[in-house]
Design a protein around this ligand. Structure first.
Ligand SMILES: C[S@@+](CC[C@H](N)C(=O)[O-])C[C@H]1O[C@@H](n2cnc3c(N)ncnc32)[C@H](O)[C@@H]1O
Length: 258
């Protein structure tokens, strides 16, 4: 783990740009729609490690009673602003998913690799916390980069991870990652450049942090220990295509409290 898993410095420095740099990896309305197809309107949902609250807002728009928390204050600041601009109610809290509980819920969501900030020793208690906050039959929906995909297909050398224009700004990110298949740790080295179309430099950062990846058998066994039964797996959070083993970049898991 090397003590560099939390990624908190990244979030401190890049929170304002997080949505532009990550947003297109997930379809938040689609994920909220999946939850709405499984839960009654008014159900209580906990959005764990909510980041800038993109999913929390979509859930609240569909009539769920949403509590959302994150460890990072910069991300929470952006989340508060977005929730207020969206005109929805989300009970936003600061918290740590490895230690904190917020009540009893019909579902817990934890999206976009948030669990990859946790070592296996931290993830097991976090899953236990999620499970203890769910009523019987309650749902947990989360994703993680698939260790088996990276074992076979990890990129070598520098590549473009993000390149797009939004309004008057260009967003470019390069990655040069190294994957350690033994430890299942992805060492991320990235460069972020944000510039206006008028050539004004708005933001530049170089970041290095680690991500803990998980295999499906490993996750399934941890979920079972936490009293959670897998209902369905998907291969990504963009179009919720089926999970195809080591060909899927993500392991997206929908499970229920047994
Ligand atoms: C990649 S972001 C995902 C945010 C959001 N779920 C989304 O879909 O955009 C990961 C988030 O996990 C948060 N995080 C990391 N470790 C955490 C912990 N132990 N407890 C709560 N949040 C944590 C980070 O601060 C960050 O906001």
């Amino acid at each position: 783990m090397g003590g560099n898993l939390s990624g908190q410095e990244w979030y401190d420095r890049n929170a304002e740009w997080y949505d532009e740099l990550h947003g297109y990896y997930l379809d938040y309305p689609k994920i909220a729609g999946l939850m709405a197809s499984r839960l009654p309107r008014g159900a209580k949902v906990l959005d764990a490690a909510c980041g800038t609250a993109s999913l929390s807002i979509e859930l609240a728009k569909r009539g769920f009673k949403v509590t959302a928390f994150d460890l990072n204050e910069s991300m929470m600041r952006v989340a508060k602003r977005k929730v207020s601009e969206a005109g929805v109610h989300v009970d936003l809290r600061k918290g740590d998913m490895t230690t904190d509980c917020f009540g009893s819920f019909d579902a817990v969501t934890c999206l976009f690799n948030a669990v990859c900030h946790l070592s296996p020793r931290q993830l097991q208690p976090a899953l236990g916390n999620f499970s203890s906050q769910l009523s019987k039959g309650g749902l947990l929906f989360f994703d993680a980069f698939n260790a088996d995909y990276f074992r076979l297909h990890a990129k070598k050398g520098r590549f473009i991870d993000c390149a797009h224009q939004s309004g008057d700004n260009f967003f470019v990110r390069f990655n040069d990652n190294k994957y350690d298949p033994g430890a299942r740790v992805l060492h991320v080295n990235e460069e972020v450049y944000i510039q206006s179309i008028y050539w004004e430099k708005l933001h530049e950062s170089r970041e290095s942090y680690d991500m803990q990846l998980y295999s499906k058998p490993q996750l399934d066994s941890m979920l079972e220990k936490a009293g959670l039964r897998v209902l369905e797996n998907f291969g990504n959070t963009l179009n919720l295509k089926p999970f195809l083993g080591d060909e899927s970049l993500f392991i997206v898991t929908l499970c229920e409290k047994a």
